[in-house]
Structures are given as structure tokens and as C-alpha cells.
Design a protein around this ligand. Structure first.
Ligand code: SF4
Length: 330
């Protein structure tokens, strides 16, 4: 199947008073129709900047962008602002982390949904309102007609996130980008929202990129996973491979820091030592070396390339250790 979105060697940097921030430093991936890619990493790993750039939301005088983001045959990085406005919310939609910040507090939910529909479709207000009520029902909100007259502050966090999902799906996008869609919600609501997203995605056949710091979240929904560190992808592969046989020490550290049903319950969760690096002056060589328990002599001097873990494998890792040495250290 040909990819819906192909990102090639995407680089994004920001010129600031403190220096050049290399937020994304040469990432490549693709997403097929109906598939889900999880992009995982700590704050500051570049996972959000990459997708915001694809959506044309980081364009500014101090931003330098290179590479390609081919969506349906067109390079989004070279599309005009007018073309991007037509694509955003229609062909590609986003769900953000904080629904309260994304919904306008002065307008009713109905007014905002109607607007989202009519911006991309030549339909009457009445038809858009009927569609809005259908969307609220689809995301599991009862009494949709009454809800349309409510304001965002009258909804709980979970209900607001359901509204954001309804808004994102209003125009049946071909690609949905969900950026930390459950981080602001409590654990039980998180599970419901993830289930809802997965269910609606399966029904509509929409492709999805889900961005999160939490490997547990992508375990629920992703087919493929890309793990990012300091603006680069350090491991990439199918969710099955990544969970059953993680190769990069950072991926292993992320996995050790979350609760897992397949692990001994008496084993304590291990936080990742140290802090994410500065993107203005990242560590030399492998940027993970100051925190890596397996670092050795070459690590501060050589930048590891993202390479197959075995000849012909789609499972990729960027680490200077041989796979035998990594396995021996487990
Ligand atoms: Fe650790 Fe070195 Fe591999 Fe980087 S290259 S992940 S520092 S062992």
C-alpha cells in the first residue's frame, strides 16, 4: 500500500537570542492509510515540533525548515498558507492536549462545531448543526442538542476532549494528528478516550499519528512506533517488535519507567536518570550518552546512524553497540 504521508529528512531549527535550537534534526517516517504511527519521547525531544511543522504551524521569520512532507503527492512544506488553511481541519485534523485552551470560552460548543464544518463545506447553518449533534452522539455525549448550547466551561475535561475529537473528525480527515490527547485527563477517562479514538479510527479508516511521552498510551493504539530523543529518531519499528525486543537503551529506559502487565509486579519502576539535553548545545556524539547505562568510549565522539537491527529488517535503531552487545547487557 502506498503511504498517505511520507516525511523525508525533516529538519526544523529556531534562531533565538540564546542560539540555534535544533528541534528536529533529520527525521523520516511514513504513515499508510488507516494505520497508526506513535511518536514517543520526553518533553523537548522534537516530537510535537515535527508534526506542527508538517501542518504549517511553525512558519516564522526565525524558523528554518528543510526536508519533505509528501501528503497525497504534495509537499506540505512547500504549500502556500492558503493551501495549508484548506488542508488543516479538512484533510488533516489535530487533537491537542488541552481542550480548554483549544476551545473558545466565549462561544457555545455548537457554534464552534458549526464553524468547523462550514469553513470547509458549503452547507447551511441548520445542516451543520444537525451534523454537529450527530458528531456529539458519535463521541458518546448524551443529550447532544442541549450540549450544543453549552459553553466549554460547563463540560468536564473528558467531555471537552470528546468535543475536540468530534471537531477533528467533523470533516472526515484522511489523517488525524493527536498530540498528547489524554495527558490532561485522569487515568480512567484516558482509557475511555483512547478506546473512543481507536474505535472511531477503525470505523472511518483514518490514518493517525499519536504523539505522547507515554509508551503505555501507544501500546494501546499504534501499529508502528518512532522513539525520538534530542530531535532525532533513535528507534523505529512495529509496536510488536518495539515492545517485545526494544533495542535502544533509551527505549528500554522508557519501558522500564511504565507499569506493565508482563513484568514482575514486585519490580520497582525505574525513572530515567538525568535530564533531557539542551537542543541549543546537545551532547556530542550520541546525544543520549550522558544518561546511557551502556555508554562506552566511542559514544561521545560518534553520531550513530539509524540502521536496521538485522539485514533487511524494518526495525531500526541508532546505537553504536552491536545488537549482540546490547542483548548481552539486558
Ligand atoms: Fe548508549 Fe552509546 Fe548506544 Fe548512545 S550509542 S545509546 S550512548 S551505547
Amino acid at each position: 500500500m502506498s503511504a498517505l504521508l511520507t516525511v523525508n529528512d525533516l529538519k526544523v531549527s529556531f534562531n533565538t537570542d540564546d542560539g540555534v535550537v535544533r528541534a528536529v534534526d533529520g527525521i523520516s517516517y511514513s504513515v499508510e492509510p488507516g494505520a497508526t504511527l506513535g511518536i514517543v519521547g520526553e518533553s523537548g525531544s522534537g516530537k510535537t515540533v515535527g508534526t506542527m511543522t508538517i501542518m504549517g504551524l511553525t512558519r516564522a521569520a526565525n524558523t528554518e525548515i528543510s526536508g519533505q512532507a509528501i501528503f497525497d503527492g504534495e509537499d506540505l512544506l512547500r504549500a502556500s498558507e492558503q493551501q495549508m488553511r484548506a488542508i488543516r481541519g479538512d484533510e488533516i485534523a489535530m487533537i491537542f492536549q488541552d481542550p480548554l485552551a483549544s476551545l473558545h470560552p466565549f462561544f457555545t460548543i455548537g457554534a464552534q462545531l458549526v464553524e468547523a464544518i462550514r469553513v470547509h463545506n458549503d452547507v447551511s447553518k441548520a445542516a451543520a448543526r444537525t451534523r454537529s449533534a450527530e458528531l456529539l452522539t458519535m463521541v458518546g455525549l448524551s443529550d447532544p442538542k442541549q450540549r450544543l448550547s453549552s459553553y466549554p466551561h460547563q463540560f468536564s475535561g473528558g467531555m471537552r476532549q470528546r468535543v475536540m475529537i468530534a471537531m477533528a473528525l467533523a470533516n472526515e480527515p484522511r489523517l488525524l494528528i493527536a498530540d498528547e490527547p489524554t495527558t490532561a485527563l485522569d487515568v480512567t477517562v484516558q482509557a475511555q478516550i483512547l478506546e473512543l479514538i481507536a474505535e472511531l479510527q477503525a470505523q472511518s479508516g483514518t490514518a493517525m499519528i499519536i504523539i505522547t511521552h507515554d509508551l503505555g498510551v501507544v501500546a494501546e493504539v499504534a501499529d508502528e512506533i518512532a522513539v525520538m530523543y534530542a530531535g532525532r529518531i533513535v528507534e523505529q519499528g512495529s509496536a510488536t517488535e518495539l515492545f517485545s525486543s526494544p533495542q535502544h537503551p533509551y527505549t528500554r529506559a522508557l519501558l522500564d519507567s511504565i507499569p506493565r502487565l508482563d513484568r514482575d509486579r514486585s519490580r520497582a519502576l525505574e525513572p530515567i536518570a538525568g535530564r533531557p539535553p539542551s537542543l541549543i548545545s546537545p551532547p556530542s556524539g550520541c546525544a543520549f550518552h550522558p544518561r546511557c547505562p551502556l555508554a562506552f568510549g566511542r559514544c561521545p565522539d560518534e553520531l550513530p546512524a539509524l540502521e536496521p537491527t538485522a539485514p533487511g529488517s524494518q526495525h531500526l535503531v541508532a546505537c553504536l553497540l552491536s545488537s549482540e552487545s546490547r542483548s548481552a547487557e539486558r
